[in-house]
Design a binder for this molecule. Sequence first.
Ligand code: ADP
Length: 326
Amino acid sequence: MPFQRKKIQYVFVIYWVLLGYIIAALVFWFISLNKQNAQMATYKIERLSTNSINYNAELQKIEIDRKRKIAQYVGEGATFLGLILAGAIFIFRAVRRQLRETKEQQNFMMAITHELKTPIAVTKLNLETLQKRELTPPQQQRLIHTSLIEANRLDNLCNNLLLSSQLESEVYRTVLENMNCTSLLEEVIMEFHQRYPDLKIEKNLQPNCLIMADSFLLKMVMHNLLDNAVKYAGKKTINVDLNAQNDKFLVSIIDAGPGIREEEKVKVFDKFYRVGNAATKAAKGTGLGLYLCKRIVETHKGTIAVKDAVQGGSVFSISLPKAKNV
Ligand code: ADP
């Protein structure tokens, strides 16, 4: 968007010029008042009669008056300058935040258009091929399988979009109930095995881990994290661990993918945030998945974080409080 960038640069130039002008006017105001003050003091001294018995006292009074005025100008000037700078910083930050959000939304719109079009195009093509061509059963299965993967991706994307707006508008009512985290993970892993028959997932799940959670939301978290592990490191083994840790359960999803740079580790949980620029974003995505994971985990009074895996790759860890009556 070169036109928009130019417009933004233009706005920033006006902003800096105006700020510079205001500060220069303030300095000019201070200098001229000071000058006036000095002139007034000189005028008063000139009018003093040297023969007066109060001469020294009068002189001292004029000097005190002059100094008091200087202190008053410095105080007023500093207050003005402080207010102007505070306002300028506030506006600058607000505009910068707004610009970043606009840019992320534009990226999101581009990504989402692509994300919606691809599964539809692939499925349509596969269905047309199935309709028009005489295919062997394995060929048919392959086409059905790729169509199903694309349909699942579309389904996941729609769920993420819907849930994101429902959580933000507080329409979604979280229902926390006693549930078995181990069974939920087993179920999600089984779904992934069905979806990607070649996928290697090693699980190490402590049995019967009971938590208070909304099973639909928690399933979405696990789906998003495993989806990412498949997307960024699908050919290598993915590990899923579940262990008790004091009054919490810790779920770790470990992949052997490219990992996430230190400075990006917090940002990846921001809405629409995707690592890299348009050219380096080879994997498909919208930047919504981890944002939703964080929001959901926080509504369960848990935490989510990412760190480097020992042999390279990423470890996404979620800690969730144990159910109270366990
Ligand atoms: P996306 O739809 O882009 O995957 P996410 O919110 O799920 O959105 O992830 C945000 C970004 O974090 C991704 O664009 C990707 O760069 C990075 N990321 C997420 N998971 C992983 C992972 N397992 N390995 C490497 N990078 C990851």
